[in-house]
Write a protein that binds this ligand. Structure first.
Ligand SMILES: Cc1cc2nc3c(=O)[nH]c(=O)nc-3n(C[C@H](O)[C@H](O)[C@H](O)COP(=O)(O)OP(=O)(O)OC[C@H]3O[C@@H](n4cnc5c(N)ncnc54)[C@H](O)[C@@H]3O)c2cc1C
Ligand SMILES: *[C@@H]1O[C@H](CO)[C@@H](O)[C@H](O)[C@H]1NC(C)=O
Ligand SMILES: *[C@@H]1O[C@H](CO)[C@@H](O)[C@H](O)[C@H]1NC(C)=O
Length: 512
């Protein structure tokens, strides 16, 4: 035992020496290092932008001024609508139990998760329900085994193995490592395997892994349709994220997911500027040290008209795509486009308070017996809808019970196009309120993926939303926010050793 103590002691001494040495090195070049950025701008106050403000504050300390620009509501694609006395999620709604940043945020902000209400799933092929979950685990298991052999078990194992690698990002970020592109970030997590997942369709990937076509059509497609409004031709990576979204233990934030955004904004002590950024240009000015300094000039239009401001660092946390934002960039070489290639996929979210026509689902069960809460759909020509779910309020009041299907309640329908009056009248025996939100929801994923947009648009101009081309989810924006904050910090202080390191997984293994 004493031997071991000695060893730890010497190790610690070495560590201290090492730190002391690097401390001396920083002192030697102190004049530049002491220079902190004075002003940072974040464009967009969704979960990406507000998490970026949070992490930027963590990296750069209390003195820097952080301005967050947002013309709409804080939350972006996390939004609620009011129906009757309650609010319901219309955009991003569920969070995976292993989404550690989202979990950390609510703990830090002291917001509880929403109370869980058990759900029951069924699959609709446009004519009838081809699968209905039983309340009995063993019944489900045997049914699945009968129809799909070991495909279910194998899917679970496959998603688990992807998730295992995915989780590595948390350790890298904990140690302060950052990545200069989406490809490098993915490569650090899952090596060439993750890059291949980006370049193949989910269908190709799963066929390659030995899944049956029947299983892919019957089970996998309904999951990609409810989560991304798209078929199994999305990429293998976003496909795996989508399948993880069918795991158990999913949660949401009490009072609405968007509360995390306003909480992070408040916690980061940044200023919210209600304005739309219209253009960003680069300005070069001479500095005291003689080296010319460049600044970014943001032009924006808000309630009180047009204005502009100068910033040392800018993080864009809004997709630079057709229909999502229209920012022009000037003075940059090479030039930065207003819109990157690729488009966003439309998903219309319709919340209806009404009485469901259960015959629409081809079932002969009576409404009072019909206990299904989530109806997914297969990829068939006849399907007008992607999914139909009975939804609960963002805050579950004491004594709340989800109303039975025989009573009027709130249903959420996802569809690629707005529902016509005719379609609504067919789906519902009666309804008294309809609230429609049309989202450009997530990228239209069409592998093979051309190069994803960069995280670094210019020296100190960063693009957080590039990550959505790997997969769009709250947690992905949060991971990107932390990455961009670290990247901005390390590049400002020229700490190259914390950027794009190869083989981190093996190197950090000993440090767990
Ligand atoms: C219907 C639907 C269901 C979903 N379901 C889930 C789910 O269950 N789980 C999950 O994890 N994810 C889900 N997602 C995805 C998730 O909502 C998004 O990935 C996430 O919210 C994106 O956050 P963000 O901050 O990166 O972008 P956004 O939320 O889009 O924020 C960008 C912000 O930038 C602002 N902006 C745009 N242009 C400018 C400008 N010029 N100047 C200033 N501000 C500007 C916009 O107004 C917006 O508020 C879903 C999305 C949709 C639409
Ligand atoms: C992905 O596919 C594109 C286009 O086919 C190709 O240029 C690229 O090298 C591929 N990337 C990987 C990692 O396989
Ligand atoms: C209910 O749905 C069935 C099947 O689509 C349809 O035939 C019937 O007309 C619908 N009922 C009403 C009241 O619209």
């Amino acid at each position: 035992m004493p031997r071991m103590n000695l060893q730890t002691l010497s190790l610690r001494t070495l560590l201290v020496l090492g730190l002391w040495q690097s401390g001396r090195r920083s002192l030697a070049s102190a004049p530049e290092l002491k220079d902190q950025p004075k002003k940072i701008a974040v464009v967009g106050a969704g979960i990406g932008g507000t998490a970026a403000a949070f992490y930027l504050r963590q990296e750069f300390g209390n003195v820097v001024k952080i301005d967050v620009f947002e013309p709409g509501d804080v939350g972006g694609r996390l939004a609620t609508v009011k129906i009757g006395d309650y609010e319901y999620e219309t955009g991003g709604s569920v969070i995976h139990p292993l989404n550690l940043h989202m979990k950390h945020f609510i703990e830090k902000l002291g917001i509880p998760p929403r109370k869980d209400i058990p759900s029951k799933m069924a699959i609709f092929d446009g004519k009838e329900l081809v699968f209905e979950e039983s309340n009995w685990f063993i019944v489900n298991f045997l049914r699945m085994l009968w129809r799909y052999g070991f495909n279910f078990l194998r899917m679970h194992m496959w998603v688990e193995s992807v998730l295992d690698k995915f989780m590595r990002i948390y350790q890298y970020q904990q140690y302060g490592y950052s990545f200069s592109s989406v490809e490098r970030l993915l490569h650090a997590m899952g090596g060439d395997n993750f890059l291949t997942l980006m370049n193949q369709t989910l269908e190709e990937t799963m066929m390659g892994e030995g899944f049956s076509q029947v299983f892919i059509n019957d089970i996998v497609a309904p999951i990609t349709r409810v989560n991304y409004g798209q078929s199994v031709r999305i990429s293998g990576f976003v496909g795996a994220v989508s399948l993880a979204g069918a795991d158990s233990g999913l949660w949401a934030v009490d009072g609405g997911n968007k509360r995390v955004c306003s909480g992070l904004l408040y916690h980061s002590k940044s200023e919210l500027i209600h304005a739309r950024v219209t253009s960003i240009s680069v300005k070069v000015r001479p500095s005291k040290t003689g080296n010319p300094m460049s600044f970014y000039e943001l032009h924006y239009v808000g309630d009180s008209g047009a204005a502009h401001g100068l910033y040392d660092i800018v993080v864009i946390a809004a997709p630079l795509h057709q229909g999502k934002s229209d920012i022009t960039f000037s003075g940059f070489s090479p030039s930065i486009p207003t819109h990157f290639p690729g488009r966003y996929h439309q998903t219309v979210s319709t919340l209806v308070h009404g009485l469901l026509n259960v015959s629409y689902l081809g079932t002969t069960e009576s409404p009072s017996e019909f206990r299904v809460s989530d109806v997914l759909t297969t990829d068939s020509k006849g399907s007008v809808i992607n999914s139909l779910s009975s939804v609960d309020p963002v805050h579950i009041p004491a004594g709340y019970n989800r109303p039975p299907t025989s009573e009027a309640k709130v249903w959420k329908v996802f569809s690629p196009q707005p529902l016509s009056q005719q379609q609504l009248q067919n789906m519902f025996l009666s309804y008294d309120s309809v609230s429609e939100t049309s989202w450009l929801a997530y990228p239209a994923y069409r592998p093979p993926q051309r190069k994803t947009p960069p995280f670094i648009l210019h020296n100190r101009l960063y693009y957080l939303s590039a990550v959505e081309w790997a997969a769009s989810a709250m947690e992905m924006s949060a991971i990107s926010a932390r990455n961009v904050a670290l990247l901005a910090h390390h590049r400002w202080h020229q700490q190259d050793a914390k950027i794009d390191q190869e083989d981190l997984h093996t190197r950090l293994r000993g440090e767990l």
